[in-house]
Write a protein that binds this ligand. Structure first.
Ligand SMILES: Nc1ncnc2c1ncn2[C@@H]1O[C@H](COP(=O)(O)OP(=O)(O)OP(=O)(O)O)[C@@H](O)[C@H]1O
Ligand SMILES: [Mg+2]
Length: 297
C-alpha cells in the first residue's frame, strides 16, 4: 500500500475504503472523522500486564474516550501519541484510577491488572497506585525535603525495615533518576526549591522508590532540557527490563527512541497501535500517517 496519496480505512463493518490523502489536513481529518472505525494494528496481546476492554470515559455529558480496547505487555514500553485533547491523559489516568479524583469523570469498561479488576470495590486505590505509579507532566514534589519526598511512599507502605535501608532506597532511587550527584549534599532541603527539571527527576525517583509494577508517564520530559531528557529516556529503557511502562509524549522522536509499541489516539479513539517501527515507517491508518508526517496535531 502506498501511503503518500491514498490509504485504506477500515470501518466498523470491516469494509475497507480507499481514502485520498491529498487536500488540507483539516479536510482529511473531517473526512475521516466518520470513518475512524475499529483500531488497526495490534491492540491485543497474549499474556499482557494490563488488559483494557471497551473503555468509555465521560466528563459530565461529554465523552472523552470512545470504546478503547488495548493491552499493555509485560516489560513493554508503550508510547501514546496524538493531537492535544485526544484523550491520552484521560486514558492513562484510567489505569491507576486517578480519574477517581475528578468528580465529573465517569469510567466504563473493563480494566485488568494481572487479571485483577482495577475498579473492583475491594481494590484500595492507594495500594493500586503503589503498583501502578504515575509521573505527571508538571512536577509535583510534596512540600517536604528531597529525602522525604523519595522516602514518602516507602514509609507509607512500610517497605524499609530500618533507617539504613530507607537511606539506601532513597540514594538508589535518586541515582537511577540521575539526580543524586546534584542533590547529595542537600537532601534535607525542600524538594520545591529545585529547578523544574530537577523536580521532575525527584518525582521520578519518588515513583520508582516504591518499586511499582507499572509506571505511567504523562509527558514526563516536556519541561526538561535535552541532557535531563536523555537521562530519563535511558532510565525508561532500563526500567522496562523490570516494569511495564506507558508514556504519553508529544515527541515522535522520543516515542521512536524509547517504545516498543506506539498507540495513536485521535478524538478519543484509538486509531492505530502497532510495533513502533511499523507505526513510524508504514502507518496503516491515514490519520496516523497525517499525524506523524506533521500534517496536523
Ligand atoms: N478534568 C476535566 N474536566 C472536563 N473535561 C476534561 C477534563 N480533563 C480532560 N477533559 C477533556 O477530555 C478530553 C481529553 O483530554 P485529555 O487531557 O485526556 O487529552 P490529552 O490527549 O492528554 O491532551 P494534551 O496532549 O493536551 O495533554 C478533552 O476534550 C478535554 O477537554
Ligand atoms: Mg494530556
Amino acid at each position: 500500500m502506498t501511503l503518500d496519496k491514498t490509504a485504506l480505512v477500515v470501518d466498523n463493518n470491516n469494509n475497507s475504503t480507499e481514502v485520498n490523502l491529498t487536500g488540507s489536513a483539516s479536510d482529511t481529518a473531517d473526512m475521516l472523522d466518520m470513518t475512524i472505525g475499529e483500531t488497526v494494528g495490534k491492540a491485543l496481546l497474549e499474556d499482557a500486564k494490563l488488559n483494557v476492554r471497551h473503555a468509555n470515559v465521560f466528563y459530565g455529558d461529554k465523552q472523552a474516550i470512545h470504546d478503547i480496547s488495548l493491552d499493555i505487555g509485560k516489560n513493554e514500553v508503550l508510547a501514546m501519541i496524538g493531537p492535544s485533547g485526544c484523550g491520552k491523559s484521560t486514558f492513562l489516568r484510567c489505569l491507576n484510577r486517578m480519574n477517581d479524583t475528578i468528580p465529573i469523570c465517569r469510567v466504563e469498561g473493563s480494566f485488568l491488572l494481572d487479571g485483577e479488576d482495577i475498579y473492583d470495590r475491594r481494590q484500595d486505590p492507594v495500594l493500586l497506585r503503589s503498583r501502578v505509579g504515575m509521573v505527571f507532566q508538571k512536577p509535583n514534589p510534596f512540600p517536604k525535603s528531597i529525602y522525604d519526598n523519595v522516602a514518602y511512599g516507602v514509609r507509607l507502605h512500610g517497605l524499609a525495615k530500618n533507617r539504613a535501608e530507607l537511606d539506601e532506597i532513597v540514594e538508589k532511587s535518586l541515582r537511577r533518576a540521575g539526580l543524586f550527584n546534584e542533590v547529595k549534599d542537600d537532601l534535607h532541603k525542600p524538594g520545591t526549591g529545585l529547578s523544574g527539571g530537577q523536580q521532575q527527576r525527584l518525582c521520578i525517583a519518588r515513583t520508582i522508590a516504591i518499586d511499582p509494577e507499572v509506571i505511567l508517564m504523562d509527558e514526563p520530559t516536556s519541561a526538561l532540557d535535552p541532557i535531563a531528557t536523555a537521562l530519563i529516556e535511558e532510565l525508561i529503557t532500563e526500567l522496562s527490563e523490570k516494569y511495564t511502562i506507558a508514556i504519553v509524549t508529544h515527541s515522535m522522536q522520543q516515542a521512536a527512541r524509547v517504545s516498543n509499541r506506539t498507540a495513536y489516539f485521535h478524538m478519543g479513539k484509538l486509531v492505530e497501535v502497532n510495533d513502533t517501527d511499523s507505526v513510524f515507517t508504514t502507518p496503516q491508518h491515514p490519520l496516523t500517517e497525517n499525524y506523524i508526517t506533521g500534517r496536523f496535531g
